[in-house]
Design a protein around this ligand. Structure first.
Ligand code: PGA
Length: 255
């Protein structure tokens, strides 16, 4: 398999620094030496530095959940790519549906962030996905295409291999409703075909496409067995070491 599976935890607005340290220590103790799966944790900004120190020397990687595209300046409350780089972060989640919905982030803005992340050697985990209304009206592929092409505008072939795409149907996030393997694989294959058009086949085959939306140990094996599902972006089940570790093991078994 040319794509190593990636299990990524999106902790969202959860965990104080002390709680984050405990969870990171548990994860490192259990799967810190795993090499056949890439493992990523994305705590809140306030825990990046402390979590990063605890991860040092292990195979668990660190990511942020958002960033601003400008390098510095009068953007109260925002964090830049270079600030993230000054912690141990090497990934950043961008365009999550919660950012799109609650903070009005659009494809143009997300595109600026993707370009800034890549310029600063941060790997973007670019989230795309349709709402329930969009799925029911048959617009899923169109929505995903618009989001993907919008966010990746201006990304070079060389940069594209650093991008991770996360397909997260909005109706499946935090709801306990998981997409069926057929629904997920259909969209993942479609995303792969769009990547082929944008960057050519050789590069598209290297880009990882994660599934996100109520992924947990019970449904992960079936999802991770699909041809174009290269891992998971996990919210709820990443907040507890036991379920997160089980997901890492499911990914290792799925190779
Ligand atoms: P969930 O969240 O696993 O809690 O559904 C996934 C996400 O929002 O990334």
């Amino acid at each position: 398999m040319i794509r190593k599976k990636l299990i990524a935890g999106n902790w969202k607005m959860n965990k104080t620094s002390a709680d984050a340290s405990t969870l990171v220590q548990e994860i490192v103790a259990e799967v810190g030496r795993v090499t056949d799966v890439d493992i990523l944790v994305c705590p809140p900004f306030t825990s990046l530095e402390s979590a990063g120190k605890l991860l040092e020397g292990s195979n668990v990687k660190l990511g942020a959940q958002n960033m601003h595209h400008e390098a510095s300046g009068a953007y109260t409350g925002e964090i830049s790519a270079s600030m993230l780089r000054s912690t141990f972060a090497t990934y950043v989640i961008l365009g999550h549906s919660e950012r799109r919905t609650y903070f009005a982030e659009n494809d143009k803005f997300i595109n600026q962030k993707v370009l800034a992340a890549l310029k600063n050697q941060l790997k973007p985990v670019l989230c795309v996905g349709e709402t329930l209304a969009e799925r029911e009206s048959g617009a899923t592929l169109k929505v995903v295409q618009t989001q993907l092409e919008g966010a990746l505008e201006g990304v070079s072939k060389e940069q594209a291999t650093s991008v991770v795409v996360a397909y997260e149907p909005v109706w499946a996030i935090g709801t306990g409703k998981v997409a069926t393997t057929e629904q997920a694989q259909e969209v993942h294959a479609f995303i792969r075909s769009l990547l082929v058009k944008l960057f050519g086949d050789a590069i598209a085959q290297k880009v990882r496409i994660l599934y996100g939306g109520s992924m947990k140990p019970s449904n992960a094996p079936e999802l991770l067995a699909q041809k174009d599902i290269d891992g998971g972006l996990i919210g709820g089940a990443s907040l507890e070491s036991r379920s997160f570790v089980e997901l890492v093991k499911a990914a290792a078994a799925a190779k």
